[in-house]
Write a protein that binds this ligand. Structure first.
Ligand SMILES: Cc1ncc(COP(=O)(O)O)c(C=O)c1O
Length: 448
């Protein structure tokens, strides 16, 4: 969900898909909400066409207000690892809602979800719940500054951490310069407190720590960067970052809003055997309801109010209905069977995509577990955003509307990843692969 996407493209042709009601709803929406949406990428500006308005979803499929059915490979941008309206989650929400929507006071449901989250991250000792990934990151950064008494944050170009001011910062012109604002409304003075590092470059990291080390409160990274394509990093980069943070007394924050609970009942840190100081979660931890969380050691987390001097609060934090959804979702995941199923689906996707690649040389994809990304260009998969080929975006834009017309919903941006859920079947994956094969062939023919 990196901001400032390129402007809109020509709309895809509807090829029989009914779009009247979505188009009407959108024209009303733009009169009421900026861009007609409550989160920019939903506006379809980077793929063209009109956003689809949905009325219901079940399992891996959802239905728009014109009655078109789609297999969903976007899944609300990650939370729906069990698919839409999973019965256990819906039952838990119903029961919790019937007992009260919000207390603004502690409830056992917070304790129950805390137990489950800390079981998934056993080296973390305390968790605090918030209502979004942005809030989790913003709070973790404040905590890191409070704990260390230092002003700077280090982030990586190509990682998205939500829309808090200090995270909407792009790289300055030189490596060891400080950041520039990436959004209007972020004062230069705030942006200058964020240092931006390139991904996939340990030497640059060394240089940055050499220049700024004693002033860096925390380095934050998506250990599995998945917001600007799936830019899988070498473990060495993450190890180097861990070592530099330790050597310079900075905290390491793994932003696992996407990767947390996605590949295993735990985090990406467990996948690679690297322990961060703080972890941020969102998406899956709320089972489809608005929940974020940040986790850390007792010593760090007890710097938070009411025990310590770092203030952080929320009227709806730990909301009982959201906690119930998160708990039900985690209870479905804890046994591990869900992850086995997701990996099996992922392997089928690899097999089928490899067949397409056999015919269409520019067909490339990255996959980790149930997260995949199409990078439709020959050559190695990029590990940095500036290595993403422009033609990969153009091809994705050309395919997106065609896939919609075939009842396949992928994220409306070439820079966003796709997700599989436990509700997907082999048939769903086959359908995606068949459609991609046909449409990629057609693109090749048109280009010839
Ligand atoms: C890694 C990461 N961090 C933070 C966020 C922000 O989360 P939210 O959109 O819930 O505020 C996102 C959202 O996509 C994310 O992917």
């Amino acid at each position: 969900m990196t901001p400032n996407r390129p402007p809109s493209q020509p709309p895809p042709s509807p090829l029989g898909r009914r779009t009247t009601k979505s188009a009407e709803a959108f024209s009303r929406a733009v009169e009421l909400m900026p861009g007609g949406v409550n989160s920019p990428v939903r506006a379809f500006r980077s793929v063209g066409g009109t956003p689809v308005f949905f009325k219901s979803g079940e399992g891996a499929e959802f239905v728009d207000i014109d009655g078109n059915h789609y297999v969903d490979f976007c899944l609300s941008w990650g939370p729906l690892i069990l698919g839409h309206a999973h019965p256990a989650v819906v039952d838990a929400v119903r029961q919790a809602a019937a007992e009260g929507l919000s207390f603004g006071a502690p409830s056992p449901r917070e304790v129950q979800l805390s137990e489950r989250v800390l079981a998934a991250f056993p080296e973390m000792e305390r968790v605090r719940f918030v209502s979004s990934g942005t809030e989790a990151v913003m709070s973790a950064c404040r905590l890191a500054r409070g704990v260390t008494g230092r002003p700077l944050l280090l982030k990586f170009a190509g990682c998205y951490h939500g829309h808090a001011d200090s995270m909407l910062v792009k790289a300055g012109s030189g490596l060891v310069t400080q950041g520039l604002s990436d959004s209007a409304g972020v004062p230069d003075e705030i942006a200058a407190l964020t240092v931006v590092a390139p991904l996939d470059d340990e030497a640059a990291l060394e240089q940055i720590f050499q220049a700024h080390g004693p002033r860096i409160a925390a380095a934050i990274i998506e250990p599995m960067p998945a917001n600007n394509g799936l830019l899988l990093q070498r473990d060495e980069l993450l190890k180097k970052l861990r070592d530099l943070c330790t050597a310079h007394g900075a905290l390491l924050i793994f932003d696992e809003v996407i990767s947390g609970l996605r590949l295993r009942y735990g985090g990406y840190g467990h996948e690679v055997g690297i322990q961060p100081d703080l972890v941020t979660l969102g998406k899956i931890v709320g089972g489809g309801m608005p929940v974020g969380a940040f986790l850390g050691s007792k010593a760090h987390m007890e710097q938070l109010a009411p025990l310590g001097p770092v203030y952080q609060a929320g009227t709806l934090s730990g909301n009982p209905v959201a906690m119930a959804a998160g708990r039900a979702c985690l209870d479905e995941l804890v046994g591990g069977g869900a992850y086995q199923k997701l990996e099996e689906l992922g392997r089928l996707l690899d097999e089928r995509f490899a067949r397409i690649q056999g015919k269409v040389p520019w067909f490339r994809w990255a996959r980790r577990g149930s997260v995949f990304w199409l990078h439709l260009s020959e050559g190695p998969l990029p590990r940095r955003p500036d290595r993403i080929a422009p033609e990969a975006r153009e091809r994705y834009v050309a395919l997106h509307g065609k896939l919609l017309d075939r009842g396949l919903y992928l994220a409306p941006s070439a820079f966003e990843v796709g997700f599989l859920s436990t509700a997907h079947t082999h048939a769903h994956v086959e359908r995606l692969a068949d459609a991609l094969e046909t449409e990629c062939d057609a693109l090749v023919q048109r280009a010839a």
